[in-house]
Ligand binder design. Structure first.
Ligand code: NAD
Ligand code: MG
Length: 388
């Protein structure tokens, strides 16, 4: 059987490592074209050696010599700097995992789209900041797009294309994060350690904080609108603390098709890798006799205002969602660096959206400019917040 060539953008992160774990089990089936990372060059070099990668790139230019040294005596080519990451996305690969965190994933992901092959998309921020432009390019270049975010993989699997007109709602499940039962006073004082301690999923720091504010679910509402071309009011968030039902699609006859499985990202990654087939994955099997209860509740938008804010931004359009995303990245970074409190994150994002000009954007360059301006505005709001 012909080998499938693979690139992993963000191979050293949580999703990247899970992807490596899936492909290293069947090395004969895959040829690794490129791997990219950022600070953790020792892990990047280790992965590149393990998988015999053609190219290994760190986004951090200052790490070039270190990566080169770690890979000396191997056939792996080495690159460094953000442009080198973008170029790595142009390497010939049948299948690319886009798992860089944040809007930094936008340009590399666009390069994958332009190659017209298969894009496995974990980097939701790409759709939040430029969903209309990216989805248009996907159609233009006939790119196969397989969602990796567990909820969107679930919707992808339960949305019957032939019955698309008979869908009456998308049920997007949310664990509720580590602060699901905490009150506003607790959240004001919550620490980064508490915020990243997710009850069910092990993930990178940024998405873990997004999960705690429920901005992650806000981003996912927007992601779902773009991926499946549904209006925001068709999407209902459902808090489901066990994270067993990964999402569901409701039809006009009353049927609800749900997707279940253990909370392990290797399942949606394996789905995206094998599509349109299925493959064996090392994920633990779901044992129904061990699940005592599956519970569901409506989300509390008072304690988690990010949900309301994300829906409002989606209704305002792509510039508003790009600005919201950029401000969120800055505010989450400031919280992780202990410059602001947990509840300040969404306050700052809301403020930045309120005071930013929201002129329409129609190109990636315009999105990047709006993103840059929003980051500057967020820094100004942060400085003010810290002063007071
Ligand atoms: P992570 O922080 O663990 O990893 C991020 C990766 O991006 C690393 O390889 C890092 O080196 C790279 N990176 C960081 N900054 C970069 C930059 N400026 N330029 C180039 N590369 C850079 O993040 P993660 O948890 O793996 O999440 C990755 C993406 O997948 C996010 O968009 C997240 O929302 C999405 N996602 C993650 C999960 C999960 O379970 N972790 C689930 C669903 C979706
Ligand atoms: Mg998700």
């Amino acid at each position: 059987m012909a080998q499938k060539s693979i690139t992993i953008l963000g191979s050293t992160g949580s999703i990247g490592k899970s992807t490596v774990d899936i492909i290293r089990r069947e090395p004969d089936k895959y040829r690794v074209a490129a791997l990219t990372g950022n600070q953790n060059v020792s892990l990047l070099a280790e992965q590149a050696k393990l998988l015999n990668a053609g190219l290994a790139v760190t986004a951090d230019e200052t790490k070039y010599a270190e990566l080169k040294e770690l890979l000396s005596g191997t056939a792996v080519r080495v690159g460094a700097g953000f442009q080198a990451v973008v170029d790595a996305a142009k390497e010939d690969a049948d299948w690319t995992m886009s798992s860089i965190v944040g809007a930094a994933g936008l340009l590399p992901t666009m390069e994958v789209v332009k190659r017209g092959r298969t894009l496995a998309l974990a980097n939701k921020e790409t759709l939040v900041c430029a969903g209309e432009i990216v989805m248009k390019a996907i159609r233009e270049y006939h790119t196969t797009l397989i969602p990796v975010d567990s909820e969107h993989s679930a919707i992808f699997q339960t949305l019957e294309e032939k019955h698309r007109g008979a869908v009456d709602r998308i049920l997007l499940t949310a664990s509720g994060g580590p602060f699901r039962e905490k009150d506003a006073a607790f959240m004001e004082k919550a620490t980064p350690e508490q915020a990243v301690a997710h009850p069910n999923w092990s993930m990178g720091a940024k998405i873990s904080v997004d999960s705690a504010t429920m901005m992650n679910k806000g981003l996912e509402i927007i992601e779902a609108c773009h991926l499946f071309n549904f209006p925001v009011d068709k999407i209902e968030v459902l808090v489901h603390p066990q994270s067993i039902v990964h999402s569901a699609v409701g039809y006009v006859d009353g049927s609800v098709l749900a997707h279940m499985g253990m909370p392990d990202m290797r399942t949606p990654i394996a789905y995206a890798l094998a599509w349109p087939d299925r493959m064996i994955s090392p994920t633990a099997r779901l044992d129904f006799t061990k699940i005592s209860a599956l519970t569901f509740a409506a989300p509390d938008e008072k304690r988690f205002p990010a949900l309301r804010l994300a829906k409002e931004c989606q209704a305002k359009g792509q510039t508003a969602t790009a600005v919201m995303n950029a401000a969120n990245e800055v505010a989450v970074g400031a919280f992780l660096n202990r410059r602001i409190g947990f509840s300040d994150i969404v306050r700052i994002v809301e403020k930045v959206v309120e005071i930013s000009p929201l002129d329409p954007v129609s190109t990636i360059q315009e999105v990047i400019a709006a993103d840059g301006e929003a980051r500057k505005t967020a820094e100004r709001c942060l400085a003010e917040r810290i002063k007071n």
